[in-house]
Design a protein around this ligand. Structure first.
Ligand SMILES: Cc1cc2nc3c(=O)[nH]c(=O)nc-3n(C[C@H](O)[C@H](O)[C@H](O)COP(=O)(O)O)c2cc1C
Length: 324
């Protein structure tokens, strides 16, 4: 497979990190991506240290390969970070100013540390805080959007400014896009939306159906799904149909996450398998790469399609350059 500074550093075969995606990513999807050679990532924001350990045990029953655990800055418990760092290859952070103390804690536990960033300043700060690799997130992304730039502009600014490997995130869902960001200096890509329709997803089937039906133009950047959202105010990439369906709701409740909490209209919670109610009116996050989500297929097939395709393009077999 395609080797890069990221694959060498982390010890994976494919230059792909699956995005942590809250409860819709799920441990099964993370394990499947890792098992296929990428870096699967599971979000553990809000879990206690014991719950983190249980999550790790669950992933470990499905893969012995490296995986990452993802924390969201407003809800970081340092004891949970310690538990994660003892057990996983990469502790991954998003949504907050890079914090050297958190990086130190994760390193002390034996993990590598990554930080998803949305601006050049944040990327430089993440490297200065001691992170081992960074993610440059463009506004094409699904879910919460940290910055203001498209992925190529941000990526090229960041790779000029830092020495650590940089992954590109946001709207990358096909082999040409993966090859493109690697050609522009990325050590790989962080990919979320494309994996939401994997067989191992924990996204609700109606959400998956809406993703498959959507075109790239149906991903819009909005701030509408802001209710009960710890990362708001912020913008997020979501399906236009979800905004329209939520606007059309006659009640202030879209549904329920049984045993966890009710889901108000415009809640910032993407619907997982156990949600009930009007799923299509919930926060169906999607990046522009939703245009590449065409069917349900195993995560391993997605990893192989992207990596083998990108490799062929980068080796020049599909190059558009004229011979000298
Ligand atoms: C459904 C969904 C949920 C997300 N939840 C998280 C999260 O919990 N933590 C996080 O770091 N990023 C989260 N993200 C953002 C991703 O880290 C990443 O920036 C994004 O998936 C890249 O764009 P793409 O979806 O077009 O591939 C989420 C993205 C999606 C699509």
């Amino acid at each position: 497979m395609l080797r890069t500074t990221f694959t060498e550093l982390v010890g994976v075969e494919a230059p792909i990190q699956m995005s942590g995606m809250g409860s819709v990513g799920g441990p099964e999807l993370a394990a499947a991506v890792s098992q296929a050679g990428g870096l699967g990532t599971n979000t553990v924001a809000g879990l206690t240290p014991n719950e983190v350990e249980a999550r790790v045990d669950l992933i470990r029953t499905q893969t012995k390969k490296p995986f990452a655990l993802n924390f969201l800055i407003p809800v970081v418990d340092t004891e949970a970070v310690k538990a994660a760092a003892r057990a996983c290859r990469v502790v991954d952070f998003f949504w907050g100013r890079p914090d050297a103390e958190l990086v130190r804690i994760a390193h002390a536990g034996g993990a590598l540390v990554s930080w998803q960033t949305g601006s050049l300043e944040e990327a430089v700060a993440a490297e200065a805080a001691g992170c081992d690799f960074l993610i440059a997130q463009g506004i094409e992304a699904g879910g919460h959007i940290r910055g203001q730039l498209g992925v190529l502009q941000l990526l090229t600014e960041v790779v000029e400014a830092v020495k650590v490997p940089v992954l590109a995130a946001g709207g990358i869902g096909n082999a040409r896009a993966l090859a493109g960001v690697i050609a522009a200096g990325a050590a790989g890509a962080r990919i979320g939306t494309r994996f939401l329709a994997a067989e191992e997803t924990n996204a609700h089937p109606d959400y998956v159906k809406a993703l498959i039906a959507a075109r790239a133009e149906d991903s819009v950047r909005t701030n509408r799904f802001h209710v009960d959202c710890p990362l708001c105010p912020s913008t997020h990439g979501v399906l236009r149909s979800a905004i329209e369906r939520a606007e059309a709701l006659q009640t202030e409740t879209a549904g329920d996450w049984p045993g966890v909490r009710p889901i108000p209209r415009f809640a910032g919670a993407p619907p997982n398998r156990s949600f009930v109610g009007t799923i299509a009116a919930m926060a169906c996050y999607a990046g522009q790469s939703v245009g590449d989500v065409k069917k349900v297929e195993p995560a391993a097939k997605i990893v192989h399609e992207l990596v083998e395709g990108a490799e062929a393009i980068l080796l020049g077999t599909k190059s558009q350059m004229s011979p000298a």
